[in-house]
Design a protein around this ligand. Structure first.
Ligand SMILES: Nc1ncnc2c1ncn2[C@@H]1O[C@H](COP(=O)(O)OP(=O)(O)O)[C@@H](O)[C@H]1O
Length: 288
C-alpha cells in the first residue's frame, strides 16, 4: 500500500498550506468507510476485517492516567496489531542524547504537548518501520490529541473505531501518581489503591493496586512528568485541546464511550463485551 507514514507526512506538510484541501481529497474514502461501518453496525459487530486487507485501525482517547496504555496493549495482543503510543515515542526521543531531547524535556516535564510537527515526525517514522516489517493495522494511544492531528489522520487513512476511556478525575490523579515502571523489564505497575464514592449516587469505585513481582520491587522508577503539579497541568491541557477530539469523532459516528467500572479484572471483560470480542479466557475455560 502507498504507506500511511508517507501520506501522514505529506498531509501534515499540505496542512500547513491548506488543511481543507487535504480533507477534501479524503472525502471519497470517508464515504466508503461510512458504508463499511454501517454494514458492521447492521451485524452488531464493532470490529471487522477491513476491505483493504489491513487489520483494525483503532484509536484510544482518554485523560492521562485513565489506562489507555493498559487496555490498548492488551487489545493489540489479542487482535495481533501493534500498539503505538506516541507518549512512548516521545520518551524514547527524550532518552537519546542531544539538544533535541533537552528541548523535548522542557515541554514534556511541564505537562505541555509537543508540536504537531514533532509528533507527526515521530509517528511517521514509527509507521514507516512497521510498514517495512509488514505490520497490518494499529492501535494508536495518545494520538490524535489535537483537532489538527485528528484532521491530518482522517485525511490519510480510515480509522475504524475510537475508544474513549473514562474515569472520575479523582481516580485519574491518584493513578498517575501511583504509576511505576520497572527500569529493567519495562513492566508497568501501579501502587495506588483507589476506593472512592461513585459520582451522582453511582456505585463505589474500587481499583486495587497492580503491584510488581519481588524481582522488580527494587528497580521501580517514576515518570518525571508524573508529579502532582505536572499531572494537573496535563489534565488541564487534555480538557482544553484533546476533549474536542472526542467531539470530532463523535460527529463522524466513530466514538465508543466506555466508562471504566473499576480495575482491570472488572473492566477488561466488560470492554471486550462492548467491542463484541470473545473473551479468550472464557473460551479457554469453556474448552477445558
Ligand atoms: N499526540 C501528541 N501530541 C503532542 N504531544 C504528545 C502527544 N503524545 C504524547 N505527547 C507528549 O508526551 C507526553 C506523554 O504522553 P503520554 O504518555 O501519552 O501521557 P499521558 O499519560 O498524559 O496520556 C505528553 O504529556 C506530551 O508532552
Amino acid at each position: 500500500m502507498a504507506g500511511i507514514s508517507h501520506a501522514i507526512r505529506a498531509c501534515a506538510t499540505a496542512s500547513r498550506r491548506s488543511l481543507s484541501a487535504a480533507s477534501a481529497a479524503a472525502l471519497p474514502k470517508e464515504a466508503a468507510a461510512a458504508e463499511v461501518r454501517a454494514a458492521a453496525a447492521a451485524t452488531g459487530r464493532k470490529w471487522r476485517e477491513r476491505e483493504d486487507g489491513r487489520r483494525v485501525q483503532w484509536v484510544f482517547l482518554g485523560c492521562p492516567g485513565v489506562g489507555k496504555g493498559t487496555y490498548a496493549s492488551r487489545l493489540s495482543q489479542l487482535l495481533d496489531v501493534p500498539h503505538i503510543a506516541t507518549g512512548d515515542l516521545v520518551r524514547e526521543a527524550l532518552a537519546s542524547p542531544g539538544p533535541f531531547s533537552k528541548q523535548l524535556a522542557e515541554i514534556v516535564n511541564h505537562g505541555k504537548l509537543v508540536s504537531d510537527e514533532i509528533i507527526i515526525n515521530l509517528l511517521s517514522r514509527r509507521l514507516e518501520e512497521g510498514e517495512e516489517k509488514g505490520e497490518l493495522g494499529f492501535i494508536l494511544d495518545g494520538f490524535p490529541r489535537t483537532i489538527r492531528q485528528a484532521e491530518i489522520l482522517e485525511g490519510v487513512t480510515d480509522i475504524d473505531l475510537v475508544i474513549n476511556l473514562k474515569l472520575q478525575e479523582e481516580a485519574l490523579l491518584a493513578k498517575c501518581l501511583g504509576r511505576r515502571m520497572c527500569s529493567q523489564c519495562g513492566g508497568n505497575f501501579n501502587v495506588a489503591s483507589i476506593d472512592i464514592e461513585g459520582e451522582n449516587g453511582g456505585p463505589r469505585m474500587y481499583m486495587p493496586p497492580l503491584l510488581p513481582p519481588p524481582q522488580c520491587e527494587s528497580k521501580l522508577i517514576t515518570r518525571a512528568d508524573d508529579t502532582e503539579e505536572v499531572v494537573k497541568e496535563r489534565l488541564r491541557v487534555y480538557h482544553d485541546l484533546s476533549e474536542p477530539v472526542e467531539e470530532f469523532y463523535k460527529a463522524r459516528g466513530k466514538l465508543l464511550e466506555f466508562n471504566l467500572p473499576g480495575g482491570i479484572p472488572e473492566s477488561w471483560p466488560k470492554l471486550l463485551q462492548a467491542l463484541n470480542i470473545e473473551d479468550p479466557d472464557n473460551e479457554r475455560s469453556a474448552a477445558a
